[in-house]
Write a protein that binds this ligand. Sequence first.
Ligand code: UD1
Length: 334
Amino acid sequence: MKNVLVTGGLGFIGSHTCVELLQRGYKVIAVDNLSNSEIQVKDRITKISRENIVFQQLDLVQKDEVKSFFEAHAIDSIIHFAASKAVGESVENPLHYYQNNLISLLNLLEASKAYSVNQFVFSSSCTVYGQPDKLPVTEDTPKKPAESPYGNTKQIGEEILEDFCRVNPTFKAISLRYFNPIGAHKSALIGELPLGVPNNLVPFITQTAAGIREKLNVFGGDYDTPDGTCIRDYIHVVDLALAHISALEYADRMEENYDFFNVGTGNGFSVLEVIKSFEKVSGVNLNYEIVDRRPGDIEKIYADTTKVNQKLGWKAKLGLDDMTHSAWEWQKTL
Ligand code: UD1
């Protein structure tokens, strides 16, 4: 069975992916610099899966440490989550984002070449599309100039991988363009742990319902959508984790050596629909108010999932109520 290196393995999507890998018999070697995650997540992963992971605290920007790590561990495949992901912070501190997200990718690719690791799954984002002219958005949609340094690191990351694959024919890489991951594991032992005040919608909703925040601001009620609020393709984090396993399996049989996929449900929901779903599953009346638009937000985006359904044989199974319910169950444990 494969030894899979999961970078950012104690983070939100990484931890859920470790669980699903372990439950399918993969050996998991996780690294994380713990900048946006907690060490106790490691034991939670073990508690759910009843399997151990190998864990090392590692900063992938440190080239020599990456090299020593590869020297010490036999790795067959890499799932690379470790990255900074706050859009606003990336505008404030662009160099940190380029440094952290791109140097780490370069170091991993160099080590992959040196130690003959030939499978790589990269965390990309629907942010590479900007506001698409046509919906749903397919993988053929031309990318728009990135709206933030964070988004730019995802675009450049995909280009680095494609260039690297061109000259390394035995190296197979897949970029997964995530839409909006939310929800938590059904055990409520792992979930999203936002640092400070959350920027993203669902952690803000659950923290407001829990009394940690006074009120949710809904950014913009005058968009060209049925209820005036923005539309996104929310995907359950466990479905997203499973897409990574399908990608690893696909890497064994793919003919070309670089490919990229949308990972969403194909359904768009408005902010008010997410709030309604949350209120229904939690029984909590949410204190919210429609305020001005948030600068930089796109009006609507949702995925065409034909390519990922057909080529990877993966399809999202969980619906919006599963997402909001599991997010609430997780919040109640915090
Ligand atoms: C952003 C990033 C995306 C990243 C994702 C998860 C962009 C364009 N998008 O997505 O790349 O993967 O975060 O980190 O860079 N909202 C409110 N009130 C709030 C918070 C959000 O109304 O307090 C609304 C937003 O206006 C938006 C929706 O909820 O319409 C979703 O927002 P959010 O969860 O922040 O995700 P995105 O901005 O879509």
